[in-house]
Design a protein around this ligand. Structure first.
Ligand SMILES: O=C(O)[C@@H](CO)OP(=O)(O)O
Ligand SMILES: [Mn+2]
Ligand SMILES: [Mn+2]
Length: 545
């Protein structure tokens, strides 16, 4: 584990220290939308948010595309890049972009990890690729998988298996065949006299393999069974699996589709065996860590793996820079350094971070530049409220009330100068595409936010209310005159609001051009009475006279 250290921040001239805390609320997935019936934030009954949107210290900030380090402005924002920018005060080229560059320059293929895959492939081992098959560009991109497959052919690797996780969350709900069928054709094309490339297993991402933050390990176990052991409902092809599941249940959407195994002559076509290698080709870490641990750890007891083949396992990236997961990886992750957390710790500022399981790592691991540990245990406290294990259209209130309980308690304790929290509802309920639930979810955020702000007011502190990207702000789109649920994130800007209940200092907007999430960290420095680090993006507010 590398030690993280930044110098202390210098005090801001003329700043009057105040007693209360600075509390930053991230309303996950609450962007500024079209303000009409398509927009779930607008449609929800939100008395508080409506008044906050009219505050003087309110700016709409960019939360997608180039402003958060993604390849282009066509890329929607997401929690990883959003919280990375919030916590690091600068924009780093993110996984999506770094992998593209490394594939473009072919740098990946010269590295020792690829060489080992090649060696094993030439020695009769199968090369397995596991990951999310879509062009969502949040966790993965199918074009990147294609590049890896092309290289396998070029390198004379004879046997390749793809374990295809279905998306329906960053792309349309029922779009799996748009990716699976071309992939099947691509693999068939790779096959030649001695080449044998196929899809071997898969399943919907929310029930197969891609769990996060230890929310539900049975999801990973299901993936292990399908990808490694070849256990699960069997079909003659992946597209046949998708078609059958759609036909059996018209309400079935891709993200929740049960796992499947592809068989031929009654036998799974691609179990994992000694001498094989496996690459998890997602670049984003939160939902890649658990499956990586299942492959990497000898002493593993989250579930019974039953059979652990002698494999060479690598991630597209290293997903956790503190815990070094996984050990082997193809592309160097963004080197997010000198985060706000490091500066605050160096300055001796006490802090508290809280969310529910589904977003816990967002305000800790992502906020701290994809590192899961504490920066300074004496100054920091991270707390998690256990999330329900249910699809959140059925409980759109989620744990907003309990998170507010924790925050109120933390504020009243007087122990923390800087508090940050994430309300998950706008995003997690937004991903279900159920309109009524989305509205209720946003209303729960409004009510819980009210409690938090009430406590900040009582403690004479300052509150910052913002979001990491949009989602609830667009509930549906129109296709052939019909409403289609829109479950993905949006390209919309998000609010950044300062509510000063102290008044010892006078703040005004700086009016920086093209404000984005990366401007927030410097703003938090100013609100705490410190000069932002020189290389941080400029603050959104300044001290008046
Ligand atoms: O659920 C997730 O993994 C992503 C969408 O793919 O959402 P978020 O970035 O808000 O965590
Ligand atoms: Mn998010
Ligand atoms: Mn989301």
């Amino acid at each position: 584990m590398t030690k993280r250290q930044s110098p202390p921040l210098a005090p801001l001239a003329g700043f009057r220290q105040y007693e209360g805390p600075l509390v930053t609320v991230v309303m996950d997935g609450i962007g500024i939308g079209s303000r009409d019936e398509q927009d779930g934030v607008f449609m929800a009954n939100t008395e508080l948010l409506d008044t906050l949107f009219k505050e003087q210290l309110m700016v709409a900030v960019k939360a997608h595309g180039l402003a958060v380090g993604l390849p282009s402005d066509k890329d929607m924002g997401n929690s990883e890049v959003g919280h990375n920018a919030l916590g690091a005060g600068r924009v780093f080229s993110q996984g999506a972009k770094l992998v593209n560059e490394a594939l473009e320059s072919k740098e990946v293929f010269n590295g020792e990890v690829w060489q080992e895959l090649k060696k094993r492939g030439h020695g009769g081992g199968t090369v397995h690729f596991i990951g999310l098959v879509s062009d969502g560009n949040v966790h993965s991109h199918i074009d990147q998988l294609y590049r890896l497959l092309d290289q396998c052919v070029a390198d004379g690797i004879e046997r390749v298996r793809v374990h295809a996780l279905l998306d329906g969350r960053d792309v349309e709900q029922k779009s799996a065949l748009d990716y699976i069928e071309p992939l099947e054709r691509k693999l068939a094309k790779c096959c030649g006299e001695s080449f044998d490339y196929r899809i071997a297993s898969g399943g919907g991402r929310m029930v197969t393999t891609m769990d996060r933050y230890n929310a539900n390990w049975s999801v990973v176990e299901r993936g292990w069974k399908a990808h490694v052991l070849g256990e699960g409902r069997s079909f003659v092809s992946a597209s046949e699996a998708v078609r059958t599941y759609y036909a059996e249940d018209p309400a079935m959407t891709d993200q929740y589709m049960p796992s499947f195994v592809v068989i031929k002559d009654d036998k799974p076509v691609g179990t994992m065996e000694d001498g094989d290698s496996a690459v998890f080709f997602n670049f984003r870490g939160d939902r890649a860590i658990e499956i990586s641990r299942a492959f990497d750890e000898t002493d593993f007891n989250e579930f019974d793996r039953k059979r652990v083949p002698e494999l060479f396992y690598a991630g597209m990236m290293q997903y956790d820079g503190d815990a070094l997961i996984p050990k082997k990886f193809l592309v160097q992750p963004p080197a997010i350094n000198a985060t706000l957390g490091e500066y605050l710790c160096a300055t001796g500022i006490t802090s508290y971070a809280v969310s529910e399981t589904q977003k816990f790592g967002h305000v800790t691991y992502f906020w701290n530049g994809n590192r899961s540990g504490y920066i300074d245990r004496d100054l920091e406290r991270y707390e998690e409220v256990a999330s329900d294990r249910i699809t959140f259209d059925l409980k759109p209130w989620m744990k907003a009330g309990e998170i507010a309980d924790k925050v109120v308690e933390a504020i009243e304790s007087g122990r923390y100068k800087f508090i940050r929290l994430n309300f998950a509802n706008g995003d997690m309920v937004g991903h279900t595409g159920v309109e009524q639930a989305v509205r209720v979810g946003v209303e729960c955020v409004d009510i819980s936010l009210g409690r938090v702000l009430g406590a900040v007011k009582k403690a004479r502190g300052i509150a910052v209310v913002t979001a990491d990207h949009g989602n609830a702000d667009c509930m549906w789109t129109e296709k052939n005159g019909k409403r289609v649920p829109m479950v993905a994130h949006t390209l919309n800007p998000v609010p950044f609001i300062v509510k000063d209940y102290n008044g010892a200092n006078n703040f005004r907007l700086t009016g920086v051009a093209d404000p984005g999430l990366a401007n927030v960290a410097a703003t938090l420095c100013v609100l705490l009475g410190y000069q932002p680090p020189e290389d941080y993006f400029p603050p959104l507010v300044e001290l008046v006279g």
